[in-house]
Design a protein around this ligand. Structure first.
Ligand code: MRU
Length: 334
């Protein structure tokens, strides 16, 4: 079974500390909204669907605090990271329940269940793309750690394996924070899924040699026209995949689709501290006087995407706007 990234018991949110993996499995216990906000900001919990669920539980914890208000709690969590649309959907879902006087823990639990169910549905919808023997490239970590269970990009691979596919996964290391080398490789190794970690700049080499049958990634936000934000480096992979005729898939639950963004141009891209680039595992690797730039995400135009794997099935780029309009999730943020 894949790992579970987080779980909740009334008054306490338990998280696997993703900064410690793969070396140690450390579980953090959070009881206050400020601790949840810090965990999201510091990437203790990360990945778009998982931070949406963590934030939903952050709202539930805030609702137990005397004097806390739904709007103030929501604004604390909204300020943590700007790019993942799921974060705002998770916050808003529970904020509305709280304002309406509904049971707040139950609303957060229901939100988590929906994310888990949608990721499982993504797995079933995407598995037929990976029948037989396939080599698949993925970027960042879009596995169970990023989504609570199943994953987005990894869900179709998991279900395809259950159905007998023989898969090999090329895992981009994903500089600067190495979510691929540390987290995706950890998930695959736990489940004995054959894989190799490659330096980010090796992906083009394998794509050009015909060693990759398909690329599949997750997303942090998908605009109405299908442009999408994902971990920095995704855009390059999509361009090189298209150049080499390799199909490129984007897997995401409905909470990642943002009906308010007509194109990717208006997606906010998080810039993180330059220490993440100038240091590696806490050790300075660039000269003291050097500065860095550190965009955490890039935006890939829809023309590079072969199809989106959604809980409702496979959607082509021209069908995204219609799928988003018809999606069964009514709650838009703000
Ligand atoms: O900065 P991170 O680690 O939160 O970035 C995560 C990603 O970019 C994932 O690919 C994305 O959230 C999709 S996760 C299912």
């Amino acid at each position: 079974m894949p790992v579970r990234a987080l779980w909740y018991r009334p008054g306490t949110l338990f998280l696997i500390d993703q900064r410690e993996l793969p070396g140690r499995t450390v579980v953090r216990r959070l009881t206050r909204i400020g601790e949840v906000a810090d965990a999201i900001r510091t990437l203790t919990v990360r990945g778009a669907p998982a931070i949406g669920v963590a934030a939903a539980y952050g709202m539930a914890l805030a609702a137990r605090t005397r004097g806390e208000t739904p709007d103030r709690a929501a604004s604390v969590l909204r300020a943590t990271r700007p790019t993942a649309h799921d974060l705002f959907v998770g916050i808003e879902t529970v904020r509305r329940a709280w304002v309406d006087g509904a049971e707040v823990d139950a609303a957060a639990d229901a939100y988590k269940e929906r994310v888990v169910d949608e990721c499982h549905a993504i797995g079933r919808a995407g598995a037929p793309l990976f029948r037989g023997e396939k080599s698949v490239l993925t970027h960042c970590n879009a596995g169970a750690l990023a989504t609570v269970e199943w994953g987005t990009a990894l869900a179709p691979l998991r279900v395809a394996r259950q159905r007998g596919a023989r898969l090999f996964v090329w895992v981009d290391e994903t500089r600067p924070l190495l979510q691929g080398a540390r987290l995706t490789a950890w998930e695959l190794a736990r489940e004995r899924i054959p894989h190799a970690v490659i330096a980010d700049n090796a992906a083009g080499h394998y794509l050009a040699r015909g060693d990759v049958d398909a690329v599949i990634v997750g997303a942090d936000r998908i605009a109405r026209n299908g442009d999408f934000a994902n971990k920095i480096g995704t855009y390059e992979k999509a361009v090189v995949a298209k150049e080499n005729g390799v199909p490129f898939y984007v897997a995401a639950p409905w909470s990642t689709f943002d009906p308010r963004r007509p194109t990717g141009r208006s997606i906010p891209v998080e810039e993180r501290g330059d220490d993440e680039v100038l240091e590696l595992a806490g050790r300075r690797i660039a000269p003291r006087r050097s500065k860095a730039r550190n965009p955490a995400f890039d935006v890939t135009p829809a023309r590079f995407v072969t199809a989106y794997v959604t809980p409702g099935g496979i959607v082509r780029p021209t069908g995204v706007a219609e799928a988003v309009a018809r999606r069964p999730v009514p709650d838009d943020p703000r």
